[in-house]
Design a protein around this ligand. Sequence first.
Ligand SMILES: Cc1cc2nc3c(=O)[nH]c(=O)nc-3n(C[C@H](O)[C@H](O)[C@H](O)COP(=O)(O)OP(=O)(O)OC[C@H]3O[C@@H](n4cnc5c(N)ncnc54)[C@H](O)[C@@H]3O)c2cc1C
Length: 450
Amino acid sequence: MTTAKTAPSYLERRDRLSHEVQSSSSHRVRLSKPTSNLFRDRVAERTKPLTVKDFNHLLELDSEQETLEAEGMMTYAALVDATLEYGFIPMVVPQLKSITIGGAIAGVGIESTCFRHGLPHESVLEMDVLLADGSVVSCSPDGEHSDLFYGLPNSYGTLGYALKLKTPALRVKPYVELNHIRFRDAEEFFARIGELRNADIDFLDGTVFQRNEYYLTTGKFTSSAPHLSDYTYLNIYYRSIREKTTDYLTVKDYIWRWDTDWFWCSKNLYVQNQFMRRLVGKKRLNSTTYTKVMRWNSKWGVTDRLDRIAGMHSESVIQDIDIPIDNAPVFLDFLLREIDLLPIWICPIGTDERSSRFPLFALNPDSMYVNFGFWGPVRSRGRRDPGYLNRKIERMTSELNGIKSLYSDSYFDRETFWDRYNGEEYSKLKNRYDPNGKFLDLYEKSVLRK
Ligand SMILES: Cc1cc2nc3c(=O)[nH]c(=O)nc-3n(C[C@H](O)[C@H](O)[C@H](O)COP(=O)(O)OP(=O)(O)OC[C@H]3O[C@@H](n4cnc5c(N)ncnc54)[C@H](O)[C@@H]3O)c2cc1C
């Protein structure tokens, strides 16, 4: 049976957008949509905004084939609401509600089903992509545009925009049982991740609170729950990991467990005490609010000024780094010794033969990877060169054969950057799909912050 929710106007809206791009032949273009999770300050440049916010529909959910077709700018919050009605979710749902399905593919999203299903782009079946000349091409692993199909992940809108994507859908049960398992030894912690890859669980992630205090959280769908927790308002999910060994959530609450407090980053906005939570209100406790506040702060340099008055210097370290699992203990030791930004989110990534085929984000199919997410300001008394810690992290990532996400600050020189992100293949893609440079190139966008 096909449970179809068709938006017949997809073709009309697609044609309107094509026309918009064609008629702006002399301008650079950029996406205009209400939310973004891009976390680097931009140098202002004259670009034509493309209105894409109406590409936000679930077009089809095929419950027999277990696939879904959604428009590229649909947020996961909307997509999950729409698919849960039929008892499904997308196979990989990034943890922040405002991430869009196209953004997660172009910007390499991640979450706790990745230990089994790989990164979100690895399960995409086909896409419609809007090109720089205004045409729209269908890409699949084997068709005429298979190079674009594999090239789009980690291209950050520099090769084209995904307008429609077909991906597998995951059948769910109403609840998730969580188990938080504590480890004191890093080697043991990472070894256990490897062992859990084929275990009878549906979700796996982890949290490092401090040296010798590491937790793995397994999740398993269940049809019933003896009791339910709620982390959408006064209770804080990440704290519960230390306090409970077993927990139960509805599927929806599990999916958004990290969103209420933006993992733990809401502490930087002082909303982790009960008084402030009540003052701010349930509706505003979410990653979208915090992103807006952080952007505002970054624009006006408020905390930078306060730090300077207090005689401190601060560097923003907002990174997600994927490291082959054998090197994960060394990377964790490095983070604990040299960066000291806690907690750290741990998300295992399973690989298979598909994983190496994406030239801008190629993973070794013979190794599992571990994503380390660490986000926040690092304060120091002495003045340091700009990007002092971020550069250290980039060097360590390379030494350990890892790869870093590009949504935040990067400091690579041009040569190193293209060595890490396959400049040769990128040039071929750029020449074929955007020969006149209507979109920025990936280095300009992710390192030069244009
Ligand atoms: C603090 C922080 C925490 C994060 N945590 C997580 C996490 O927990 N899980 C996770 O999965 N990811 C996480 N991310 C990364 C996030 O998935 C990526 O940044 C993703 O690209 C954001 O998608 P978006 O829809 O918000 O896109 P935007 O932020 O709007 O855009 C990101 C880039 O992708 C391009 N882009 C957007 N849509 C499309 C499209 N349809 N086609 C082609 N290019 C497009 C844009 O041009 C832009 O360059 C985090 C990012 C930040 C800043």
